[in-house]
Design a protein around this ligand. Sequence first.
Ligand code: NDP
Length: 401
Amino acid sequence: MGKVLIIGAGGVARVTAFKCAQLPEVFGEFMMASRTKSKCDAIAADIKAKYGRDMATAAIDAEDVPALIELINDYKPDLVLNLALPYQDLPIMDACLATKTNYLDTANYEPKDEAKFEYSWQWAYQQKFQDAGILAVLGCGFDPGVTGVFTSYAAKHHFDKMHYLDIVDCNAGDHGKAFATNFNPEINIREVTQKGKFWEEGGWKYTEPHEIKKMLNYPNIGPRPSYLIYHEELESLTKNYPSLKRARFWMTFGDEYLTHLRVIQNIGMASIQPINYEGKEIVPLQFLKAVLPNPGELGENYEGETSIGCRIRGVKDGSERTYYVYNNCQHQSAYDETGAQGVSYTTGVPAMIGAMMVLKGEWSGTGVKNVEEFNPDPFMEMLNVHGLVWHELHDVDLEMD
Ligand code: NDP
């Protein structure tokens, strides 16, 4: 039995905590600590009511490294799960180093003053984590996360060499709001307004935001306009699978969403440069976050489903093969089980499974690793058991040129 400390109390943290509560034989004890303790307490009360289990709670500013070290030393978890924001990745990794505690997150570090998605800052901790004899599991949500595990599963079982990878992320859900983001609005808008970027023939190619569009068919959903955007797992997957000649990431956006996004950008509300407003410094994007719907509260009326997967072309036993592995997740069933919508669910479940892999010793070692560097098989098995059933199609048209 293990003991984990969850940092953050948003939609993703809620799902992970619910899932830990369902598995007392793995997660003997668990604590949630976040900036606003009342949010942790509300989740703890829901868990107590549903599963009869106690979850400890605490207030923490995860950017205050000494306070975090004190909390970790008091609670003594086997693993810290960072389910707060990417800004907190490095301070939490510093606290894990100081206390020799394993670390896991779902999104790569971003500096607050620059929307830049790179593993460089976290990969730089490799030697320090090895020297301390501890493990950091990076990017263990769905994308990044399951998409990396899907890719390593394909490499292990279905290809001798993979040449083309397209990760496809469709949210065909309807939450009934004119505009809302499915996870933290600040992080989400930073991600989707950046320039497009993909890997081809040994280097990065850049596009204007949403410049490349394709109509792709998603299982059980049908055709949806899908846009090439940059996503962080492309960096680690192209490094770990050098046979890839091209790697791209596609995400669906509705016209209404893109129109709102364009207006938000045109009027300067997506800016991360601080401005002075009536004597107080504010960041427009952070102000916007405060007035947008809370993603954690979209669940109740959310209908439809997500479909995220990997479409891969390569060679096996001398023949050209294609492979499509994906999961579809219903927003309503995620909400019925955990009180959170599908995007929180598809992130929080893999974070729990990653934690389980570390606690059970299925994923082990020291240093800083991306999920595709571990054995995919036990993780894939647990996805089917814990609510994210996956499917695979062989030798189908991947709709990619
Ligand atoms: P939310 O915004 O709902 O929750 C974030 C939580 O972190 C809040 O409880 C917030 O506290 C807390 N927090 C923020 N700053 C600090 C701090 N300095 N110290 C302590 N706690 C802090 O986000 P989500 O739950 O939607 O997303 C969580 C993470 O998951 C994000 O990093 C996101 O990028 C990642 N993600 C990954 C995905 C994947 O597939 N890999 C997909 C979706 C999300 P407060 O309540 O006080 O604001």
